[in-house]
Design a protein around this ligand. Structure first.
Ligand SMILES: [Zn+2]
Length: 130
């Protein structure tokens, strides 16, 4: 059983901020900024493709509540929501990060070296699959 499933089953402690029938939300153990929370579906999956529309809607609804609560508590200027899937899902259990953002807060992302194609040809590759 993964650590997130253990938290869901109350076998590991966590600072829970919200839970319902489909998900649990608790503080990230290594916060990027104070107030950094994870929103974790109760179902152990490593990718959002294995969650139902209802589960995803619930996650985003709770994410909106978290965004409102963060602004109320911290007065932050913005926020970031992140989710890594498949091989890049650490813990092997899907989760969404939500954390407050501030001007010049040092958070960012890095891109690989080199150019990636940006074109209609790229859009056509998978447009029909959506
Ligand atoms: Zn799990």
């Amino acid at each position: 059983m993964c650590d997130f499933c253990k938290i869901i089953n109350k076998q590991l402690p966590a600072h829970v901020v919200y839970e319902d029938e489909q998900l649990i939300s608790f503080l990230d153990i290594d916060p990027i900024h104070e107030g950094h929370v994870l929103i974790v579906p109760r179902k152990h999956v490593d990718s959002i493709e294995n969650l139902s529309d209802d589960e995803l809607i619930d996650i985003m609804s709770v994410a909106r509540k978290v965004v409102v609560a963060l602004k109320d508590v911290y007065g932050n200027e913005g926020y970031t929501i992140m989710q890594n899937g498949g091989k890049f899902c650490d813990y092997g259990h899907a989760h969404f990060h939500v954390f407050p953002r501030y001007d010049n807060d040092g958070f960012g992302w890095t891109c690989p070296e080199g150019e990636s194609e940006y074109s209609e040809r790229v859009a056509e590759k998978f447009r029909d699959k959506l």
